[in-house]
Design a protein around this ligand. Structure first.
Ligand code: JHZ
Length: 408
């Protein structure tokens, strides 16, 4: 039990069901000169609200620390994500009949990877993202971007300037705000009467079913089900009208939300399916902690055995989720020598806590590594396909979740 109040419905107490100990901030990558300095750590404890079914962490690290001071995640480094995003944009353009008189607003627009698709079609856009380097990259790509956090106040300012959105896109960002109600109120304020909000986020059902515990970190304040979203948006005069489920990021949901009530069978079916599966009850989450501990023990045993047999091990993807994984499991440079990542902004830095150095994937052609721990397992197919040369010389991958597994 925790005395904290729910970020969505405000009720207390919440039922805590998992603690990952105290971890450093997942994206707080370090320069070499910072390695000898003490690193702040914050408790990472997850709880369930039995009133509105929202899963959430209890700790509240200020968003400025998470997304502005030291944030090097750029969305454009995955081809799969770019493909998914383009399809999403094309679907919205066709379904909503968007043209040069429309306005598409994206919250968490990062480097402009999504809005570029609308700009190409001459559809007016506005990106909103507080991360300065990403916003600058977006502006360079022709995507006008407000470098701010989104909330009800910003939405009111835009509306006062006469800007209403025909489409609001919020992909992988609604979990990133501790001010969940202000965020959704902002959507409600900014949306044109016949507009839609298209919101995507990894699904908490997939997180639990596939033991994706590493996607829990301080940037993610909330872990959503359709039930929690339905309860949340209703409170702000919006309706959950449609739901799509797809495999991105280990299993994601897209919620189509509008002011007009136009509930499609996809939404009704998902809500019913969550009730049947028990997502609305604490029992669904209760044993998760034991499963996570088993994964930790098995992965450590596997890595230690492979090292004892003389193998060289590196990792692929200095992802935020990778940071949770290596820190919770306790994987340091005795077990894994370095991490490779395509994001040039991360190369040359070190992962927080365990201090694995981050290098260019090209080093895999020079270093005879035997195993790669796949920290970015959500892009497994893309990465495995890319690493043909590594595989041809006998290199293998270790996929950590849902159970540690070696693949060729
Ligand atoms: P990636 C991200 O989390 C960011 P992260 C964010 N926190 C979020 O909410 C979730 O997604 C949903 C690299 N890579 O995106 C790029 C290669 O090197 O899975 C990234 O650094 N080569 C907003 O950070 C990392 O791996 C490749 O071929 O946990 C992947 O990080 C590919 C495909 C990726 O997640």
């Amino acid at each position: 039990m925790s005395d904290s109040a729910c970020r969505s419905c405000g009720s207390a107490p919440l039922d805590s069901f998992l603690s990952l100990g105290e971890t450093p901030l997942a994206d707080a990558l370090l320069r070499e000169e910072a390695l000898s300095q003490p690193e702040p750590r914050f408790p990472l404890e997850v709880a369930f609200c039995s009133r509105c079914a929202l899963v959430q962490i209890l700790e509240e690290v200020p968003p400025q620390k998470l997304f502005v001071d030291n944030y090097l995640y750029f969305s454009s480094f995955s081809d799969e994500l770019l493909r998914h995003t383009r399809e999403n944009a094309e679907r919205l353009i066709a379904e909503r009949g968007l043209d040069e008189n429309s306005l598409v607003v994206e919250i968490g627009s990062n480097d402009g990877y999504m809005l570029r698709n609308f700009v190409e079609r001459k559809i007016p856009v506005l990106g909103i993202d507080p991360a300065p380097d990403q916003a600058a990259a977006a502006a360079e790509a022709g995507v006008p971007t407000l470098t701010e956090f989104f909330g009800a106040d910003l939405a009111r300012r835009l509306v006062a300037e006469g800007r209403y959105a025909d489409v609001i896109i919020a992909n992988n960002v609604m979990a990133h705000t501790p001010e969940l109600n202000s965020f959704v109120e902002g959507i409600s304020v900014l949306l044109a009467d016949d507009g839609v909000a298209s919101i995507e986020n990894p699904s908490v059902r997939d997180l639990i079913d596939h033991a994706e515990f590493d996607t829990i970190y301080h940037e993610h304040f909330c872990y959503f089900s359709c039930t929690a979203i339905d309860n949340l948006v209703r409170r702000h005069g919006l309706s959950l009208n449609a739901v799509d489920h797809f495999p991105l990021h280990g299993g994601s949901l897209r919620w189509t939300v509008g002011r007009e009530v136009d509930v499609q069978p996809s939404a009704t079916a998902q809500l019913a399916s969550e009730r049947e599966a028990g997502l609305t009850e604490l029992g669904f989450y209760a044993e998760f902690g034991d499963r996570v501990e088993r994964i930790r023990d098995e992965l450590l045993e596997l890595l230690r055995r492979l090292r004892a047999e003389g193998n060289r091990i590196a990792a692929y993807g200095a992802a935020a989720k990778g940071s949770t994984l290596v820190n919770y499991v306790g994987i340091d440079t005795d077990l894994v020598e370095f991490v490779v990542d395509r994001n040039v902004h991360k190369q040359g830095l070190y992962m927080p806590g365990v201090h694995l150095p981050i290098r260019d994937p090209a080093v895999l052609l020079e270093e005879p590594v035997d195993y790669l721990l796949l920290l970015a397992w959500n892009f497994r197919d893309e990465i495995v396909a890319q690493q043909e040369a590594y595989r041809e010389r006998g290199g293998r991958f270790i996929v950590p979740v849902p159970r540690p597994e070696v693949i060729a």
